[in-house]
Design a protein around this ligand. Sequence first.
Ligand code: R5P
Length: 326
Amino acid sequence: MGEKKTDKVFIFAGRATTNLAHQVANIYGIPLGNSTVFQYADGEFQPSYEETIRGGIVFIIQSTLPPTDNLFELLMMIDAAKRASAEKIVAVIPYYGFARQDRKDKPHVPIASKLIADMIQAAGVDRVICMDLHADQIQGFFNIPVDHLYGSSLFIPYIREKFDIEDVMFASPDMGGSKRAGMYAKTLNNSFVICYKHRNKPNEIGEMRLIGDVKDRHVILLDDIIDTGSTICKAAGIIMENGAKSVRAMITHPVLSGNAIEKVENSALEELVTTDTIPLKRPSDKIRVLSCDWLLAEAIRRVVCYESLDNLYETTIHHKGVIHRL
Ligand code: R5P
């Protein structure tokens, strides 16, 4: 009695990002919500909350990487939460899949990321928390609040800890990422270069050229997604051919399809630093995973407390300081 409705906080996991959700709940300081998924013989499935969530704020953590069952599981969990009388439902989508389809750039194609935003809203969600969307404008596909977190909150403290900033310069593997590389360069007070990339078709690079001088510099390539690894491995090769001392990559979402991990291992890259928005398919000596658990836990805490997420977007925060406040 007397407890505000908003004091009842639940964190549930979809099956695509269960470990991450466990870590987030642990940092937030509550047990992960009890849910199950019943599997029918034909592959159909049905998620179920195994505890009452009536009147609570329900956070559902699920990346929507393929297969689309992951997306559908999120939609069903939102629907189930709505029908179980949750007061507020927040979809926490560390990796928002299908985000590369954010515009109609040729005839007869869908804008899949808009379609997915419509489906998530139709299911009954009140708010979305996501990370490094392929394009910022995807936020505008929703008519509800979207909290957009950035991988730079993890990568910039790592760069500061590990490198002599003077020696470092940033690179974008394509024109689309130049804003991101510019932001890192501005924050750390150094410079950046850009690769010009032309694709023959999705996942296949036709041509790549370097714009800028990387001679004798330690270069850090930045991107939102590594899928086949073609973009980043090709850019790394070109950067080394142009006289860089070393090249690394910091990429938020490790899609890593097919033989991408082998490609990274055999490339000019010294290291690929990524996050756990998608579970890594297998460990590799060249790949380091920084967890976004603390960032999501802190975002959840602020949403619950109606606190601003403003300085979460700053690239200079140190995670230990933030966790301490939970
Ligand atoms: C594309 O615009 C993205 O930002 C990534 O550069 C792209 O998805 C990487 O794909 P891949 O690893 O297959 O070259």
